[in-house]
Ligand binder design. Sequence first.
Ligand code: 13P
Length: 253
Amino acid sequence: MTRTIQRPVLAANWKMNLGPTQATEFLREFLPTHPASAERTVILFPPAISLAAVREALRGRPDIQLGVQNVHTEEKGAFTGEISAAMAAEAGAAFVLVGHSERRHLFGETDAQTAQKCARVESAGLTPALCVGETIEQRERDETEAVVLHQLRAGVSAMSDEAVRGMIVAYEPVWAIGTGRTATPEDASAVHRVIRAALVELAGDGALEIPILYGGSANAGNAAALLAADQVDGLLVGGASMSARTWATICGS
Ligand code: 13P
């Protein structure tokens, strides 16, 4: 049975920042400023090596969910430096980022790999958060819709319809990530509507419940406007999620 994820979803992707000590410090500062709320879902994606420390710091706060930033396509074996979806589950993760633009563009992750990873994540009983987004060149060539739909359809191609209905999708235009250049709420809505229509076509009306997050230079100043935009069900935040105070403001937006 797929559970429904309460929207809005506020997700922090710390990327390769905040080791176990700093992650613990972060939570010591953040938790008292963020009371548990059944009205939203907060997910932290620390580096995998900080997962145990974060889990420990979150004892008594089951309202905050945990995820990992990447897993390998295979279940286990001789893949030095990698982690599997099953290991992530065992370590306390409930969510996995798949196909983040940094994985695609810096590490050469292909659509076929994102598909395999989403399937592995499903088999391990975890929820994939599939990231899609166009580069600035693709946007200028008017290819945004085609690129995003291709990445979306490829990413979910090996998942069951039921798992698709229980997943998260994140629209992260590559040109907005870490650049300070945010998509306008209207830009985000336009792409989110296209994603929503494709998800409903793929998995039926249950796909109306899939949270579609926006990511790319989201911050405390623009979070509320982005969250108010049509079809924007949450935010996936990089830079601005690494300060406990800023993150608390975003989570309260
Ligand atoms: P920034 O919020 O730093 O632009 O990063 C967005 C992102 O990549 C989240 O996954």
